[in-house]
Design a protein around this ligand. Structure first.
Ligand code: PLP
Length: 373
């Protein structure tokens, strides 16, 4: 019976394979009966929410009997104030995943094309397929976006291009200059999604200059999230910034109450908790250094990362190493579904968690039959 219904789904949905999330800690606990599990698989902030967000959450709990504010006034006002844009420039989402899907659903359908890069975030491919649009995938350059190759794939049928900067799962970064050049050459009929889920980790380097570009590029949508540096992955809050005309389109597609009340309050508070953001950024910088030094010590190559994770290259198939790490209570992320079957992505954790991961990795590698390096 279940077999029959998949054939009744629309063609794009029939061809979908579900998004593969990082393995939840509870699940591994149930499977192996381990108690002390380290999860470095989903690029979460190991510190969790800061004190401002936690205080706001406690207040929001008192309002759970009511529907949330469907316009998200509290959060949009905080965003507008912080980034000096009009509230009408923002669209809120149940995580930025929700926003990405809203954008793709609003602009692409059968016969339309969506351009993204090899090794791009999996949600672009999933959402493109679900709406029955065609993906045009540009080969990566050094594991990152090749913007010229992406421009070369744009045709009159192209509705959208998706760029993650920094990119997940490779951690690569494009310069502001190369992005500006790309935007200037992109035909105006094509909407460009610039997915900045990790931009806050760049701190002083580039962030948040890209929001200034919105005034020049009416086809640009910048998406960000409270799931990463703000430590609120479990609450599901993300946002898009764009010209108000584009925000109006997205607003028509989204569900009326797509962001919940605790999410709205906590995100508004987290946005201005500069101490927590700075502390999270520092912890990440040190953790990345710890993980990359550890990988180098084990003789492993890695892709230099600008985000809160690092993708390492292994001497053999990563699936076996992933499973062996699970046996030792360490959850990382295999990347075979991205076409990177010899790589593992490790999220930056607390110093002790990073150390645990590295020592488990050393253990596992020592037991491996010697392979070509
Ligand atoms: C984590 C991530 C997101 C968003 O996650 P949400 O939790 O849905 O906000 C978006 N894009 C990229 C590239 C990511 O890695």
């Amino acid at each position: 019976m279940s077999k029959a219904f998949i054939h009744r789904a629309v063609p794009g949905v029939q061809a979908l394979s579900p998004y593969v999330p990082g393995k939840p800690t509870d699940e591994l606990q149930r499977e192996l009966g381990l108690s002390d599990i380290v999860k470095l698989a989903s690029n979460e902030n190991p510190l969790g929410p800061g004190p401002a967000a936690q205080a706001a959450l406690a207040l929001a709990c008192k309002e759970l009997g009511r529907y949330p504010d469907g316009n998200g006034y509290v959060l949009k006002a905080a965003l507008a104030d912080r980034f000096r844009l009009s509230q009408t420039s923002f669209t809120l989402g149940n995580g930025s995943n929700d926003i990405l899907e809203i954008i793709i659903r609003a602009f692409a359908g059968p016969g339309d094309e969506v351009v993204y890069s090899q090794y791009a975030f999996a949600v672009y491919a999933l959402a493109t397929q679900a709406v029955g649009a065609s993906a045009r995938v540009a080969p990566a350059r050094d594991y990152g976006h090749d913007l010229d190759a992406m421009l070369g794939l744009v045709t009159p049928a192209t509705k959208l291009v998706c760029i993650a900067n920094p990119n997940n799962p490779t951690g690569t970064l494009l310069t502001p200059g190369s992005l500006l050049d790309f935007l200037a050459r992109l035909p105006e009929h094509v909407v460009c999604i610039l997915d900045e889920a990790y931009c806050e980790y760049l701190a002083d380097q580039h962030y948040p200059e890209s929001l200034d570009w919105l005034a020049r590029f009416p086809n640009l949508i910048i998406t960000r999230t409270f799931s990463k540096i703000h430590g609120l992955a479990g609450l599901r809050v993300g946002y898009a910034a764009s010209a108000p005309e584009l925000a109006d389109v997205l607003n028509r597609v989204r569900q009326p109450f797509n962001v919940n009340t605790p999410g709205l309050y906590a995100a508004a508070a987290a946005l201005n908790d500069h101490v927590h953001v700075a502390e999270s950024c520092r912890l990440n910088r040190e953790g990345l250094a710890q993980l990359t030094a550890g990988a180098a010590h084990l003789g492993l190559d890695y892709i230099p990362s600008h985000a809160n994770f690092v993708t390492i290259a292994l001497p053999g198939d990563a699936a076996d190493i992933y499973r062996a790490l699970l046996q030792r209570g360490v959850i990382v992320r295999p990347l075979a579904n991205y076409g990177l079957s010899r790589h593992l992505r490790i999220s930056v954790g607390l110093p002790a968690e990073n150390a645990r991961c590295l020592s488990a990795l050393a253990d596992v590698l020592a037991m491996l039959p010697v392979a070509s390096a």
